[in-house]
Design a protein around this ligand. Structure first.
Ligand code: FAQ
Length: 310
């Protein structure tokens, strides 16, 4: 046992990857399953806010782009459930936990999408925040997760660019279109900052996840990186970020920003955000409606196996 622990510690210390065949402490396995499952659930639930606009996209071009983006999110969910399966769980079990409300998904997907500008702002801010958080996860210590993240990040970059391009187009349009963009930015800015999780002093998992090199930066470090990256983009776009406390601090070499309402994050995580009930109801209905597909696939697999055995 001591040998196994030593081998694991050496793997982490040398910045090598932990692979599914390797021994790992139960705590490491449990943390990886929790994080990967939460991430996978976020991608799947995350299809809903933008998916609601597919039938109302303003042009064929916008519809094709949005369809591709939402399909990518389904794909990300599937890679991530597969990565979780290498740790000894299975997708059906994780889906069960999601729909029973026993596992979390990202707070950000519990906010409504009120206009088409929200599709652009989700691409710019939500995918922008996701990239900031996930690029370092390409170096996460668990091999299957780190490798899944490489492709996911490439696709998220396309998502971010399509959102920014959509917003640039709207900002070059009518005053009403510019107002729609500003209104969407006002609503999504603070929830986007909350995506990075609680502040470091109130984050129970960060210290251990950093020691295991699952996380490479703390929640606050990544949040700051996102703010610094986004401020010049907002200027180029011509929108105002809704924070009177936002200003460049030359001494820190970073932007200062105003206080985040952590009680809102707590409320949303604990199931009481604006759309939690709706998101879960849609997910449960999709699961029930898909029962026949799972049954047919299982019957087909049985038949093929029996045929091969005969
Ligand atoms: N929402 O101790 P920490 C996307 C939970 S994908 C809900 O700091 P940790 C793509 C946390 O799980 C977005 N729960 O936890 C897309 C923990 O739960 P516990 C998802 C949150 O794990 C774009 C507890 O609070 N991305 O956007 C949130 O060290 C557009 C204490 O927190 C990922 O999952 C939250 N915001 O750090 C799709 C990335 N924050 O212990 C569609 C991978 C924290 O009670 C459209 N995950 N919690 O079970 C991570 O990097 C980390 O898990 C953090 C949290 C940073 C999210």
């Amino acid at each position: 046992m001591a040998d196994l622990q030593e081998h694991f510690d050496r793997t982490i210390a040398r910045d090598q990857r932990v692979e599914p065949r390797d021994w790992m402490p139960d705590g490491y396995r449990g943390t990886m399953i929790r994080q990967i499952a939460q991430h996978a659930h976020s991608e799947i639930i995350g299809m809903q806010p933008e998916g609601a606009w597919i039938t109302r996209a303003p042009s064929l071009r916008r519809k094709a782009i949005l369809l591709a983006k939402v399909q990518d999110e389904a794909g990300h969910g599937l890679y991530l459930y597969s990565a979780a399966e290498t740790l000894g769980t299975d997708r059906a079990e994780l889906t069960g936990k999601l729909i029973e409300g026993r596992q979390k998904y990202s707070s950000i997907f519990n906010y409504p999408t009120l206009s088409y500008a929200d599709v652009g702002v989700i691409g710019w801010l939500v995918d922008g925040a996701a990239i900031c958080n996930q690029v370092p996860l390409c170096r996460s210590s668990y091999g299957p997760y780190a490798r899944a993240m490489i492709r996911i990040c490439k696709e998220e970059s396309f998502h971010q660019r399509q959102g920014y391009e959509l917003l640039m187009t709207m900002m070059a349009g009518t005053p009403a279109q510019r107002d729609m963009v500003q209104d969407a930015v006002d609503r999504w800015w603070w929830p986007s900052l909350m995506m990075f999780g609680p502040p470091d002093h109130a984050s129970p998992n960060t210290e251990r996840s950093m020691a295991w090199k699952i996380k490479r930066h703390t929640n606050d470090e990544l949040r700051q990186r996102f703010v610094d990256m986004t401020v010049p983009q907002a200027e180029a776009l011509g929108v105002t970020l809704p924070d009177p406390g936002l200003r460049w601090n030359p001494e820190r070499g970073h932007h200062d920003f105003g206080p985040i309402d952590w009680s809102e994050l707590q409320r949303v995580i604990s199931g009481n955000g604006p759309c939690n009930a709706e998101r879960m109801a849609v997910r449960r209905a999709a699961h029930e409606d898909g029962a026949w597909v799972r049954e047919a696939a299982a019957a087909y697999a049985r038949k093929t196996r029996d045929g091969e055995a005969a």
